[in-house]
Design a protein around this ligand. Structure first.
Ligand SMILES: Nc1ncnc2c1ncn2[C@@H]1O[C@H](COP(=O)(O)OP(=O)(O)OP(=O)(O)O)[C@@H](O)[C@H]1O
Ligand SMILES: CC(=O)N[C@H]1[C@@H]2OC[C@@H](O2)[C@@H](O)[C@@H]1O[C@H](C)C(=O)O
Length: 398
């Protein structure tokens, strides 16, 4: 038998595994590396975050990704090159980090790599019946396995699509296993580039858990400040706080069929981008607003989309609590706008559930790899409108 297969077989039989989860999201800010101890699998899963680091991408690297990110027409040589380059770079980041943490790669069982989403094309976006739902994450797992010497599970979204899903959000599986409560109905709200939530009805409820994208998180604010000021983000909402909300623009932004569609659904910067903003400015005759006023309106737009979505699901429920993760939790104006729009619901940082909000998504991919290697799909049946499949491809280092 190939000794690597033997090793994998042993890892699958262990009571607990040490798994590195990797996430680099739609904000293109960097790579999140979460070193997790995961005990058992399925309903018995116990996850402990041992260490976490977020490594910012260098400007040139980010610029390469921007060249192809969420664009319909691109230079294929850049796409092809980045597939290998991102895999190699993520592997190098892991080697550097393990050295810094004083941990031998031999003491890590698996890497779970999300990769970099470069295009997300559910049929609801493309309206092309000839193609199925599709999504593309690059940063090949073989390069990570080769660079680190660690067995790598990667490319999780393809199986979800192959089994009839849209390839996202995948957070629901881990959220359900780790954070379902006996006493409260929970919304685990993640505000990354795109905002999404996992709805976790309390145990014993007749409702089922599911996850859905909601619309923009930080992506439109980020794209706009980059275009106007060359900045990566409106840090602490310093610019938006100096602006005024424009009601006509806000109303125009809120008008797209995506918001009327039922949950669950997925989206990305392929829809919510500067062209979307420019079109809303055109139809509302607000093209000459100051950048600060546009930012104040975009901030409110993001908050309103989130609040409307939560209201839609929570209106007949009691004991509702929202826990927020993702970079948006650090935007004080966004959090204020969300709280004001949902005055009767408690909103807390996800950290009150005992996990670093910035590390959450990387941890959830570690958990998905754990299910693939050691779990059984039966626990995954519990998610509404999402296929019950184990996900990810396995790359052996040698
Ligand atoms: N202090 C801050 N003030 C304002 N915004 C912030 C702050 N800190 C982080 N952010 C926002 O959070 C973003 C990063 O969020 P996060 O890392 O959760 O996104 P992501 O994981 O790339 O996205 P996704 O989950 O959609 O894939 C930044 O690009 C920025 O817009
Ligand atoms: C295609 C893709 O990469 N989608 C991401 C993105 O970022 C947030 C939102 O859009 C979510 O649907 C998903 O990521 C999270 C981690 C998920 O799958 O749960």
């Amino acid at each position: 038998m190939n000794p690597q297969i033997e090793k994998l077989y042993r890892i699958a039989q262990q009571k607990e595994r040490r798994i590195i989860g990797l996430m680099s999201g739609t904000s293109l800010d960097g790579l999140d590396i979460a070193l997790c101890h995961i005990g058992n699998s399925g309903q018995e899963t116990i996850l402990c975050l041992e260490n976490f680091i977020s490594i910012p991408y260098e400007d040139t690297f980010r610029q390469y990704i921007r060249e192809i990110f969420a664009k319909r027409r691109i230079d294929q040589q850049v796409l092809c090159g980045l597939h290998a380059y991102i895999g190699k770079t993520h592997g190098t980041f892991i080697n550097r980090t393990l050295k810094q943490w004083n941990i031998s790669p031999l003491d890590v069982d698996l890497i779970a790599s999300h990769g970099q989403t470069v295009f997300h094309a559910p049929q609801r976006l493309t309206e092309q019946a000839s193609f199925p739902n599709s999504t593309l994450q690059i940063g090949d797992g073989d390069h990570i396995a080769q660079t680190t010497g660690i067995i790598t599970v990667s490319d999780f979204r393809q199986k979800h699509v192959a089994a009839g899903g849209e390839g996202a959000p995948l957070a629901a599986y881990g959220d359900y296993l780790l954070f379902t409560s006996e006493t409260e109905n929970r919304f685990l709200l993640n505000i990354g580039g795109i905002s999404n939530f996992t709805f976790l009805p309390k145990q014993g409820s007749s409702l089922k858990a599911y996850a859905t994208d909601l619309g923009p998180g930080n992506t439109m604010m980020n794209q706009f400040v980059f275009e106007q000021f060359g900045l990566e983000m409106d840090e602490n909402a310093l610019l938006a706080k100096n602006g005024t909300i424009d009601v006509a623009l806000l109303e125009a932004l809120l008008k797209t069929p995506f918001f009327d569609a039922d949950f669950p659904k997925t989206t990305g910067p392929e829809l919510f981008n500067l062209a979307y903003l420019k079109n809303a400015q055109f139809v509302s005759n607000t093209s000459s607003l100051t950048p600060e006023n546009v930012l104040a309106t975009l901030n409110k737009f993001t908050a309103q989309v989130i609040a409307d979505s939560i209201r839609r699901v929570s209106k007949d429920l009691e004991h509702v609590h929202i826990y927020v993760s993702g970079g948006g939790v650090h935007n004080p104006l966004l959090m204020k706008n969300i709280r004001e729009a949902l005055p009767s619901i408690s909103v807390s940082s996800f950290s009150s559930l005992g996990l670093n909000p910035d590390a959450k998504e990387a941890c959830l991919f570690a958990l998905l790899a754990n299910e693939t290697i050691a779990g059984s799909v039966s626990t995954l049946w519990k998610i509404r409108d999402s296929p019950a499949v184990c996900m990810g491809k396995i790359s052996l280092p040698y």
